[in-house]
Design a binder for this molecule. Sequence first.
Ligand code: ADP
Ligand code: MG
Length: 236
Amino acid sequence: MVLPVVLSVIVDRKWYVVLSARDVGLAYGKTVALAGASVTVAEGSVVALIGASGSGKSSLLYCLAGLLTPDTGEIRFDGVLLNGLSEDDRSDLRRKDFGFVFQFAELVPELTLRQNIALPLELNRWRRSARKQRVDELLEQLDIHQQADRRPVQVSGGQAQRAAVARAIAHRPRMLFADEPTGALDSVNGAIVLESLLQLAKVNRTSVVLVTHDRAIARRADEVVEMRDGRMVGSE
Ligand SMILES: Nc1ncnc2c1ncn2[C@@H]1O[C@H](COP(=O)(O)OP(=O)(O)O)[C@@H](O)[C@H]1O
Ligand SMILES: [Mg+2]
């Protein structure tokens, strides 16, 4: 029976490209940040973007996440062209399907860790009881339940970054974008944050694009894509 085999290959979600960039160009004035960058992300996989400082990793990540609009080329999520969407539709997509972790936790300083983690759930109109349950679960999983009612300045950098990971993944986004998420941490805390990020992504079947200049971190990814001068090494 050939047909069922063919069908099972077609629907094998492992090979489903959830996000792609093709020939993306971006300049800031005269500075060329991206010069024809291309990458594909399979559903449920972790892709590490590595490369020297200034090679265009963050610029590509922001284009993939719909935070920057490239000058040329295409970004597709689920086959849909991001630059074909209205600004409203793009921000709906970011709120519902995307999560972000940056180098510095960038939590809201006036809010407690618990309140910070609940933010994406409020934006996505989760009911109060579901919200509480989800936030409690994440606080436990990331081992920051004892710090739940403190504000970001009242916890360590590692704890704040764990809260940022919880916030990024709380609404179970399909994509998680992380820009040097452990770059500001010592190696012990960096490893804890990285493990929890990868673990949570796996549990939630979230695809990850992870920017790092650390090859040890990149080794934890399913795929490593190296950038140089705004494009993929090997494509010049
Ligand atoms: N907001 C900006 N304004 C002007 N130039 C920028 C800006 N952001 C990045 N660049 C430049 O674009 C290039 C790529 O930067 P970036 O994407 O931040 O690289 P990476 O994340 O790999 O360090 C660099 O030359 C950088 O100086
Ligand atoms: Mg960067």
